[in-house]
Design a protein around this ligand. Structure first.
Ligand SMILES: [Zn+2]
Ligand SMILES: [Zn+2]
Length: 1022
C-alpha cells in the first residue's frame, strides 16, 4: 500500500514537511558528498549585500542559481556550493548613516570611524537570518554554514594580494582626473557604478550663454558693436569654472545681428537656438575663431578663487607632486579647436570647464588652459560669489539671475534628459577633477575581449552586445573610495614630502615584517581606523610610512571572490584551485545589471591576475517588473513580498513560474495571479494524476516490481512510454544547454498529455473490476511515468518531486536512495521511442480537438453521439484503425471518414454539417440525429447524472449500487433497451435498473433531460 494521497493539497504545508525531512536527513550535504571524486561542477555565488530584506528578484536569481547545480549533481557531478555575503561598501555605510540620521562624512568623523564601522559590521548581520530563512524555504541548496564573508581578515588579505600583483606590474596608479563623484557620499564612483544609476527624464536647465569678445578680438572680426560667442549648457554651476570655448575648426560659423549686438554660432544650429530669423551679417571658418579671446563670465580673482594653469601637465594629470602647478592665470580666455565639438545640439561652440568634464580636462592638459575649482567635494560653491555655500543645483538659478542682470543670458529653458545619479543615495553625480586611484584595465583590454569570446552567455546576445560593448569602451577602473567601511587600499606613503615614496603591501606578514613596524593592536582588524595606525620605516629615507586614507570599491571585493573565498594563495589548500576544477566556475547567474557590475568585476580581476576568464557559462536574468510593467519600488508600494507568495502557493509554484513563464533573459512582469495559474495548470494537474494513481493502485493492491511477464501493453501504454523517453532526452539536452525554460515547458506538455490523454483514455482500465494483464500494464505504465517525472522535476520543483518519490519509491523499495535528490538523472531507453506512434497519436489529438471545436460551435454536447466525422488530416491510405478508434471515442462519433479539401468546403456550406473553421475547414461533423443516436445520447445523459449522484451520496468509487427511476415513457424505453441498459449498468456499477421507488434510497434527484422528466435514485448495496 502507498500512503494515501488526498485530492486536495496544501503545497505550502507539504513543503514545510519536506524541508524537515531534508534537514533531519542532511540530504543536501549527502547529495554533495555522495559524488566526491567525480568531476566538479562549480557555481560561484554572487554575494548579495545582506543589508536589507530579500525581495522577489532575489528569489528569481536564487532559484536559477539552484536549478543547474541540482541537475548536475543528479548527472553525477561533485557540486559543492559555497554561499557568500557582500558586507562592505556604500550600501552598508548608507544604511548605517540612515540609522544614525547622518547626512555626510563630517558627522561620521565626529562620531568616530571605529564606532561607525562597528555599526556597519552589526548592520550586515541583522538581515542575515532573514536571508538564510528565505534561501532555505525556496530550496536554494548552498552551504550557508561555511560562507565566505568579504569583511573577514582572510578575505581582505587576498584582496591585498591581488592588488599587489597588479601594483607590481604597474597597473595601479593615482591619477588626477575628472571622475564621477557623489557629493553626498563624498567619494568617486567607478564607471560601472555610474552605469547603475542613470535616470531618464531628469529635468535640468537648458541655457544659452553669451561670452563677450575682448576688444582686440572683436576688431579682428571687423565688428563695430559688442559681439558674443553663444554657448549652450545644462549645468550652469560649471560656468564660473569656464576657462575656454571650443569650436570645430573646419566648420562654418555665422555672425548674426540681434538687438544691435552680434552673436556668433554655427549656422546649422541657428533655428534650434531660436535665431532662425536673425540676419546673418557674415560667415567665418571655425579656424578663424581659434585664438580669439573673451572676457571671463566670473573673473576668479574677483571671487577669491585661486587660479592654476594646466600648462605642462602630463596626460594623466600627474605633476611631480601629484597636484597642479600653481601659477597666476591670464584671465583672457581663449577659443580653442576641438574635434569633439558637435553640430547636433547646442550652438557649435562648447563651454569648457576643465575641472568638471572629462573632455574639458583633456583639452586643458593639451592646451595649457587655466584651471579653477569653484565647487568643493560636497558639491557646494566655494569663494565669495553671491551664491557661495549653496549646493550646485541650488546655485543654478542664482547664477542664471546674475548673468541675466549683466545681459549675458541669451535664452533659458528646461530640458528632460538622462543624467547619472549615485546608485546608492540617488544624489546627482558631479564630474569632478580630483585625485583617485585607478586600476589600468585599459592595459588588458584585448585580453578582456579575448576572454569574453570563451564565455557562453545565455541569452547569447549579451556576449557581444551589452557585455562586449562595455569591454570595447573600457576605461580604467576608478577603484578607490574616500570612505570608511571597506577593504583598505594597501598602499603606504612616506610622510616626508620630499620623498613621497609609495609602497603596496600584499599580505599581513609582509606588513608585520617591515622595518620599524608599529601600531598593531590585538586582535588584528584589517579595517579602518585600526589599519591606519599601522606604520613602518620608509626604505628610501627612513621617515614614517602611513597608509593612504582610501578604501576600495566593494565591487572589487565581490569580483575577487574566485580567489578570496579560498584565502588564495595563503591557505595551502587554496593553491590548487586552478588545477582541481575550483577555478574557473562552470556557472554563474545574476540579473542583467551585473554585466557592468559583478560580471565585469569578476572578469576584470581574473583577467588581470591570471589572464583568463573565471566563468564558463552565465545566465543573465531579465529584470522583474510589477504586473503593469512598472519598476517595483518601495515608494510606489508595488513591491512583491516573497514570503506572502510562498505561503499562499508554495515555493515550487513560484519556482515553476520563474522557470517556465518566460526565457530567463526576458524582462518579466510579475503577477501573483500567474503563480496561481501555474499552480492550477501544472502542479494540480500533476497532483491529480498522482492522487488518482495512488487511490486506484491501493484499491487494487498494485505493487510495483511484481508485474512479471503478465504485462499486456496497449498502444496507449507504448505511446506514453515512448513520449516519456523522448521527454528524458529533451529535458536533458535543454538543461545541458542552460535552458530550464524549454526543459520545463516540455515537462509541462508531457504532464498535460499524461493527464488529458493517457489517464483520461485509460480510466476504464483502472476502473474495471477484474485485475487482468491490461490493468496491470496500465498501473505499471503510469507508475513508471510518475517516478520518472519525480526525477526530471527534482531540479525544478524539489518539494513536489520529493513527495512523489517518497511515496512511490521509498515506501516500496527500502533499498532505493532515500531522497529523489540522491537519485541519478533518468536515462532514456531509446528503443522505447516510437516516432510513428507518437506522430499518429499527435494526429488523433489534433483531429479530436478540431472536432470538439466544431461541436461546441454547433452547441452539441459531447455526450450526444453523432454519425460521422470527416477530416482532411488523414488520407484513406494512412488511416489506421488505432487512430480511428481513438478519434471515434474522443469525438463520440460512429465513423471517421477521410475527406478531400473540396468535400470539406462543400460541407461547410451544408446546414447538416458543422466545421471547425469556416475559412479553412479540416474537420466536419454530420449533425443529423437518428432515433438510435438520440436514445444513446439520453443513456449517456443518465449515466452522467448517476455518476454525479454517486459522488453526492458519498459512495466509494468501487461501491456497487441499485438504480431506481420514474419518468416519461421515453425514459422507460431507454432504460429497457437491452444494449443501453447494459451500458448504463456497467458505467455506474449498477446491479439493476428498477422502475419505481422503494421506501428508502441513499440519494435521489429530479431532472429534465432533453425535455423529458425523470426522477433518479441510487442505493448502495451490501
Ligand atoms: Zn552617494
Ligand atoms: Zn621616504
Amino acid at each position: 500500500m502507498f500512503p494515501p494521497v488526498k485530492s486536495k493539497v496544501n503545497f505550502s504545508q507539504l513543503e514545510e514537511n519536506i524541508l524537515r525531512l531534508w534537514q533531519d536527513n542532511n540530504v543536501f550535504e549527502r547529495s554533495v558528498e555522495a559524488r566526491q571524486g567525480a568531476p566538479r561542477f562549480v557555481l560561484y555565488e554572487g554575494p548579495p549585500t545582506a543589508n536589507g530584506s530579500p525581495g522577489i528578484h532575489h528569489v528569481l536569481s536564487r532559484v536559477f542559481k539552484d536549478i543547474i547545480p541540482r541537475y548536475k549533481a543528479m548527472k553525477g557531478y561533485y557540486t559543492p556550493r559555497i554561499a557568500g555575503w557582500d558586507t562592505h561598501g556604500l550600501p552598508v555605510e548608507l544604511e548605517v548613516e540612515r540609522e544614525l540620521g547622518f547626512s555626510g562624512k563630517a558627522q561620521i568623523e565626529e562620531y568616530g570611524v571605529d564606532r561607525f564601522n562597528a555599526r556597519c559590521r552589526e548592520s550586515v548581520f541583522s538581515y542575515l537570518k532573514e536571508w538564510e530563512a528565505l534561501t532555505e524555504r525556496i530550496a536554494f541548496w548552498i552551504d550557508l554554514k561555511h560562507p565566505y564573508i568579504t569583511m573577514e581578515n582572510s578575505y581582505i588579505e587576498t584582496c591585498w594580494w591581488a592588488i599587489k600583483q597588479m601594483w607590481d606590474r604597474g597597473l595601479v596608479y593615482q591619477g588626477y582626473k575628472v571622475t564621477p563623484h557623489c557629493p553626498r557620499c563624498g567619494t568617486s564612483l567607478s564607471s560601472h557604478e555610474v552605469a547603475l544609476g542613470y535616470q531618464d527624464d531628469t529635468e535640468d536647465p537648458s541655457v544659452y550663454i553669451k561670452f563677450k569678445l575682448v576688444e582686440q578680438s572683436r576688431q579682428k572680426l571687423n565688428l563695430e558693436r559688442p559681439a558674443y560667442f553663444l554657448a549652450w549648457t545644462t549645468t550652469p554651476w560649471t560656468l564660473p569654472g569656464n576657462t575656454a570655448l571650443a569650436v570645430a575648426p573646419e566648420a562654418e560659423y555665422a555672425i548674426v545681428e540681434v538687438a544691435q549686438e552680434y552673436l556668433i554660432l554655427a549656422p546649422v544650429l541657428l533655428e534650434q537656438a531660436g535665431l532662425g530669423d536673425a540676419p546673418v551679417v557674415a560667415k567665418v571658418e571655425g579656424s578663424d575663431l581659434v585664438g580669439l579671446r573673451y572676457e571671463p563670465l566670473f573673473n576668479p580673482s574677483d571671487f577669491d578663487i585661486p587660479v592654476e594653469t594646466m600648462a605642462g601637465l602630463g596626460k594623466e594629470g600627474q605633476s611631480p607632486s601629484g597636484i597642479l602647478w600653481k601659477q597666476e592665470g591670464s584671465f583672457n580666455y581663449p577659443v580653442i579647436a576641438g574635434d569633439f565639438v558637435s553640430m547636433e545640439d547646442g550652438t557649435g561652440i562648447v563651454h569648457m570647464a576643465p575641472a568638471y568634464g572629462e573632455v574639458d580636462y583633456q583639452a586643458g592638459t593639451e592646451q595649457g588652459l587655466d584651471f579653477v575649482h569653484t565647487v568643493d567635494l560636497q558639491g557646494k560653491v566655494i569663494g565669495n560669489y553671491p551664491f557661495s555655500g549653496l549646493f550646485v543645483k541650488d546655485a543654478d538659478p542664482l547664477i542664471l539671475d546674475d548673468l541675466k542682470l549683466r545681459n549675458l543670458l541669451y535664452r533659458s529653458e528646461t530640458i528632460r534628459h538622462t543624467y547619472p545619479f549615485c546608485w546608492r543615495c540617488e544624489a546627482p553625480l558631479l564630474y569632478y577633477a580630483k585625485q583617485t586611484w585607478y586600476i589600468r584595465t585599459t592595459a588588458v583590454k584585448e585580453s578582456l575581449i579575448a576572454g569574453n569570446a570563451e564565455i557562453n552567455w545565455y541569452p547569447e546576445h549579451i556576449k557581444y552586445g551589452r557585455f562586449g560593448n562595455w569591454l570595447e569602451n573600457n576605461v580604467d577602473w576608478a577603484f578607490s573610495r574616500e570612505r570608511y567601511w571597506g577593504t583598505p587600499l594597501p598602499v603606504w606613503r612616506c610622510e616626508n614630502p620630499e620623498c613621497g615614496n609609495l609602497d603596496c603591501v600584499g599580505s599581513v606578514p609582509e606588513l608585520e615584517n617591515k622595518p620599524g613596524f608599529a601600531g598593531l593592536k590585538e586582535p588584528l582588524d584589517l579595517h579602518r581606523p585600526f589599519v591606519d595606525e599601522l606604520t613602518y620605516d620608509c626604505a628610501k629615507c627612513g621617515a614614517k610610512m602611513r597608509r593612504v586614507p582610501e578604501v576600495i570599491d566593494c565591487w572589487f571585493d565581490s569580483g575577487a571572490m574566485p580567489v578570496a573565498q579560498y584565502h588564495y594563495p595563503f591557505d595551502p589548500e587554496s593553491r590548487t584551485i586552478r588545477e582541481d576544477g575550483r577555478f574557473p566556475a562552470d556557472y554563474i547567474c545574476e540579473a542583467l545589471d551585473q554585466t557592468r557590475g559583478w560580471f565585469y568585476s569578476l572578469h576584470a580581476i581574473s583577467t588581470l591576475l591570471f589572464n583568463c576568464p573565471c566563468f564558463r557559462n552565465v545566465i543573465c536574468l531579465g529584470h522583474i517588473l510589477d504586473a503593469k510593467g512598472e519598476k517595483m519600488s518601495k515608494a510606489k508600494g508595488n513591491v512583491v513580498e516573497p514570503w506572502a507568495v510562498i505561503n499562499e502557493y508554495g515555493a515550487d509554484a513560484l519556482r515553476w513560474y520563474f522557470f517556465t513563464s518566460s526565457p530567463p533573459g526576458n524582462v518579466r512582469r510579475f503577477a501573483e495571479k500567474s503563480v496561481a495559474e501555474v499552480t492550477r495548470h501544472f502542479l494540480l494537474t500533476l497532483w491529480n494524476v498522482y492522487s488518482f494513481f495512488v487511490t486506484y493502485a491501493n484499491i487494487d493492491h498494485f505493487t510495483p516490481g511484481s508485474e512479471g511477464a503478465l504485462l499486456e501493453e496497449s498502444e496507449l501504454d507504448r505511446w506514453i512510454i515512448s513520449e516519456l523517453n523522448q521527454l528524458i532526452i529533451d529535458v536533458d539536452s535543454a538543461m545541458e544547454n542552460y535552458n530550464p525554460t524549454e526543459a520545463g515547458r516540455k515537462i509541462e506538455s508531457f504532464v498535460d498529455d499524461l493527464s488529458n490523454w493517457y489517464v483520461r483514455r485509460s480510466r476504464r482500465r483502472f476502473w474495471k473490476s477484474e485485475n487482468d494483464a491490461d490493468k496491470l500494464a496500465a498501473y505499471t505504465t503510469l507508475y513508471q511515468c510518475l517516478v520518472t517525472l519525480s526525477k526530471l522535476l527534482a531540479p525544478f520543483t524539489p518539494f513536489l518531486a520529493e513527495e512523489l518519490y517518497q511515496n512511490l519509491v521509498c515506501s516500496v523499495f527500502p533499498q532505493a536512495p532515500d531522497s529523489v535528490h540522491l537519485a541519478d538523472f533518468p536515462v532514456a531507453d531509446e528503443n522505447k521511442i516510437d516516432k510513428q506512434l507518437a506522430a499518429d497519436i499527435q494526429l488523433a489529438m489534433k483531429i479530436s480537438s478540431l472536432g470538439r471545436a466544431a461541436r461546441s460551435q454547433a452547441g452539441i454536447k459531447v455526450r450526444q453521439p453523432l454519425a460521422v466525422a470527416s477530416t482532411t488530416l488523414v488520407s484513406k491510405q494512412e488511416q489506421s484503425e488505432a487512430i480511428n478508434q481513438m478519434v471515434r471515442d474522443e469525438l463520440n462519433v460512429k465513423e471517421i471518414k477521410a475527406a478531400t479539401t473540396e468535400e470539406l468546403a462543400a460541407m461547410a456550406t451544408n446546414p447538416d454539417y458543422v466545421v471547425d473553421n469556416v475559412a479553412s475547414p479540416s474537420t466536419a461533423l454530420y449533425t443529423k440525429l437518428t432515433p438510435e443516436l438520440q436514445a444513446e445520447g439520453m443513456a449517456r445523459e443518465i449515466v452522467h447524472r448517476l455518476q454525479t449522484m454517486r459522488r453526492s451520496a458519498g459512495f466509494d468509487i468501487a461501491d456497487h449500487i441499485d438504480t431506481y427511476y420514474q419518468g416519461d415513457d421515453y425514459i422507460r424505453e431507454v432504460m429497457e433497451n437491452k444494449t443501453l441498459a447494459d451500458y448504463i449498468k456497467q458505467e455506474t456499477l449498477s446491479q439493476r435498473l428498477v422502475e419505481g421507488f422503494p421506501e428508502k434510497v441513499d440519494f435521489k434527484e429530479t431532472y429534465k433531460l432533453s425535455g423529458y422528466n425523470v426522477l433518479l435514485g441510487v442505493k448502495r448495496l451490501g
